[in-house]
Design a protein around this ligand. Structure first.
Ligand code: GDP
Ligand code: FE
Ligand code: FE
Length: 201
């Protein structure tokens, strides 16, 4: 995907052109991760159009979702401490921090304060008991973007296009299974998401 083959912003949600925001994201990521962000941007717009959500918000949140993915543990720990965020976060690592804490770096460095966008970034890895449609879109776009290749991804795509909510449960179940299978620690928010979305199977 080229840098310019998508929308120009028209809603004044942020004080950048798309090109300016793309450059800000590219600056902080290696090419592989940056290309993933461009694919999530596009996938989020598609899901937004399918679900009557503002595609411009979805595009911005999708582009930004992994903005902080390549920061050092030191940087995240400093933000958690400086902002007196939940100390439970300190028991986890980059996998959890880049969304939950990464949203704070988006605020501080990019001066983007739209809470809908920030929440979608915060919730993109672990989800939440309550998720807006925008949150659900970014969570699912990250999981099914065309560069993803894992067993079950086609099923995930099919479910998500049929029902965004069913996609959310499916992803959460798959992620939890994977974490347990590999004896990884489970962030309490991940379990809260799984329990809250039980009606969507
Ligand atoms: P990415 O940033 O595009 O690679 O995708 P995500 O932000 O969705 O996920 C990042 C990583 O977090 C993945 O490897 C997930 O398996 C992992 N992850 C998700 N939930 C949890 C959790 O509760 N605990 C741990 N340890 N890892 C998690
Ligand atoms: Fe991520
Ligand atoms: Fe991602």
């Amino acid at each position: 995907m080229e840098k310019n083959d998508t929308i120009e912003y028209s809603e004044n949600l942020i004080s950048y052109t798309r090109k300016q925001l793309v450059d800000k994201v590219q600056e902080k990521l290696d090419d592989k991760r940056f290309q993933h962000c461009l694919r999530v941007e596009k996938q989020a717009m598609e899901l937004a159009n399918e679900n009557n959500v503002d595609p411009e918000k979805a595009a911005i949140a999708g582009l930004l979702h992994d903005y902080a993915k390549q920061r050092s543990d030191h940087d995240f720990i400093k933000v958690i401490n400086d902002k007196q965020m939940n100390p439970v976060l300190l028991d986890y690592g980059n996998a959890i921090w880049h969304g939950v804490v990464g949203a704070e770096l988006i605020k501080d460095e990019l001066h983007i304060y739209d809470e809908d966008i920030l929440n979608a970034v915060r919730r993109h890895t672990v989800g939440a008991a309550y998720m807006t449609k925008l949150d659900q879109i970014v969570y699912m776009a990250d999981y099914i973007e065309p560069g993803r290749d894992f067993p079950g991804v086609d099923k995930a795509r099919q479910i998500t296009h049929e029902s965004l909510k069913k996609g959310v449960f499916f992803q959460t179940q798959q992620t939890l299974s994977y974490l347990v299978e590999n004896a990884k620690p489970i962030y309490p928010g991940t379990i809260a998401t799984y329990n809250a979305w039980q009606n969507e199977k």
